[in-house]
Design a protein around this ligand. Sequence first.
Ligand code: ADP
Ligand code: MG
Length: 331
Amino acid sequence: MALELGIDLGTSNTLICIKGEIVLNEPSVVAINENDGSVAAAGTEAKEMLGRTHKNLCAVCPIKEGVIANFDTTISMLKAFIKKTTKNSFFRPRIVISIPACVTEVEKRAVREAGLAAGAKEVYLIEEPMAAAIGSGIEVNRPVGSMIVDIGGGLTEIAVISLGGIVVSDFVKVAGNSFDEDIIQYMKRKYNLSLGAITAEAVKVEIGSACPMKDEISMEVHGRDSVTGLPRNVKIDSSEVREALSESLEMIIDGIKSVLEKTPPELAADIYETGIVLSGGGATLRGLGKLINKNIDIPVYIAEEPMQCVALGTGRAAEDIKSMKNIFIGE
Ligand code: ADP
Ligand code: MG
């Protein structure tokens, strides 16, 4: 039996979808044995090794800002993930992989080749915003404009879709990872406290918000005093985290505005009616929809499964490769 996989090869997470089901959802991290180049771990297990490896082991995130930064380790990671999900299959799968809408021909070719090297029989490419739109339930083939904003780890992609194609799109290199970095800088400036990336991400997820909250929340943060070098705890609240994120959030809003300005009037009118759909892990930041709505005055909706939209969209496309032909990116 032939096997079709949809793969969301994200900066932070890789998801694989088979027949409408997410069968793999793991961090885009792989650990390699330096001695023989073999894979020591991939996904969750490899993420735990980040920053904790010894000289014969190296844990890397092979995808940066949505594109392949390290070709060989991407192949190793993809191979490991595909093997996990298709262990009983004798056949080589056909795969649909999503890529950012802004990538170059060289970057596209790299993804195609990585897919083939990882064992696929055929590789089809789909633009991430298109996959996110399909996965969030937007009927992309209708003659109606829809706007999707996918806020991932390394990249925010903004696109207007109509009649099965992307009409206008743009990106900002500000997304989930920038929020973490903002928190690290803020804590250093205000409290002389150095935080690790994992802690900063936890602060964002636990008490991060884009809009003032009725009851602001707080948490104790563990870091290292950058003057004494010793461990220290500081209690911070959600309004401080919001202050830390404010510039990055403004850049995302400016990106959305600039795409709206470039959108043909008929489609812009549609978007005022249908609203903006947010997807990606960044879309789960508290109050982000409200902040965008306050600044742009268009209804904003968060996709039902924001972190799965792209994968579900690639899976849908993979199930129906023939009739989706117009949606895939050519050679
Ligand atoms: P990518 O497609 O680039 O792999 P994802 O769509 O998987 O990215 O989103 C990953 C980003 O979402 C990370 O920066 C992560 O910290 C962030 N994220 C996950 N959950 C939350 C949350 N509850 N609040 C804010 N950010 C979150
Ligand atoms: Mg993504």
